[in-house]
Write a protein that binds this ligand. Sequence first.
Ligand SMILES: Cc1cc2nc3c(=O)[nH]c(=O)nc-3n(C[C@H](O)[C@H](O)[C@H](O)COP(=O)(O)OP(=O)(O)OC[C@H]3O[C@@H](n4cnc5c(N)ncnc54)[C@H](O)[C@@H]3O)c2cc1C
Length: 386
Amino acid sequence: MSDKNYLAWPFFEPHHAALEQALDAWAVQHVAHGHGDDVDAACRQLVRQLGEGGWLRHAIGGTEHGGAGDSIDTRAICLIRETLARHNGLADFAFAMQGLGSGAISLFGSAANRAEYLPRVARGDAIAAFALSEPQAGSDVAAMQCAAVQDGDHYVLNGEKTWISNGGIADFYVVFARTGEQPGARGISAFIVDADAPGLTIAERINVIAPHPLARLQFTDCRIPASKRLGEAGQGFKVAMATLDVFRTSVAAAALGFARRAMDEALQRATQRQMFGQVLADFQLTQAKLAEMATGIDTSALLTYRAAWQRDQGGKVTKEAAMAKLHATETAQQVIDAALQMFGGLGVVSGQIVESLYREIRALRIYEGATEVQQLIIARELLKET
Ligand SMILES: Cc1cc2nc3c(=O)[nH]c(=O)nc-3n(C[C@H](O)[C@H](O)[C@H](O)COP(=O)(O)OP(=O)(O)OC[C@H]3O[C@@H](n4cnc5c(N)ncnc54)[C@H](O)[C@@H]3O)c2cc1C
């Protein structure tokens, strides 16, 4: 097990270290590595368990609704994601989606919407999803075509969303649709759509290399009460970006958790595998690799918790969160690849921990803004500053 000296870094308060230690102990008991073939059932169960364990209280903001604090503690959600990712990728996914799927409600929901949805999310009684991407609008969010037209005290939604995590098992979706107040990004609004709303169908379930519930959604004359709009009409892009600003740093934290697990596996393998009359770790080539991996992990952790700390101080973190996500996800991919290499043939056997980490890390370099998008964000912020 990698050392936990980083919990003493000045980014944290004493309760953060206590949270990590309690969750680590809980995860050992409740979420072993891997899951069965029925990923929907496994995910539902994990959400229930995380709710019962009290961990989902950190995914929402507002103590009056069952939250751990009045607002989302970014360092806490990062530590939770890092710890869960180290134990079980699907547990991290289940936690992350409760937060991302309800984040816009925590940040922008009316009192009635917050009271209706957030307590159920925090208890693990309702599964949340975040529906932004479309077949023709992934990186280019402003190209969104799904439309919502106001009709009295309702909006009528028509269009598609794709790559929607928890699609098919969610109880509600936070959906972004074009309302046309202005062109491009300024003409989008956000809505809560219950999974059983007439006109919402699961058009396709999508299988990915690290299985989790994922779907394409179809909206056909789907009527949503105007009271379920989040924030002002035309402010949906702002709602989406504010939500991603909180959770983007936590993607870096999940990558960090995967990398730490790979490091633990690599150290164990390297110190046990006999070859050429010594163990793998006795070779300087192996030592150089281990040093590179450890340094990559620490730089990822520093960037991640710098961004999380800065957000918790109320600062703007657009550039810092982008740096953390870019660096931690790319580095984790390299760390996991290096760990897998140390396992030789065993590394590519289905069910091996390094094999599943190798599949699990890949999508993190794509979703919530691909690596190239993070590079553009960092450069844009730098150029603004000059
Ligand atoms: C497993 C998984 C889960 C997801 N979950 C959700 C979810 O819950 N909700 C949701 O709304 N979306 C979700 N997504 C969608 C995700 O956010 C998009 O896949 C992502 O934004 C990229 O969009 P795209 O797939 O359309 O790729 P494209 O936009 O077509 O981009 C393709 C590639 O082009 C490159 N690229 C992009 N922009 C530039 C640029 N400016 N310059 C150079 N290169 C560039 C990047 O390498 C990118 O990977 C998920 C995706 C995956 C894979």
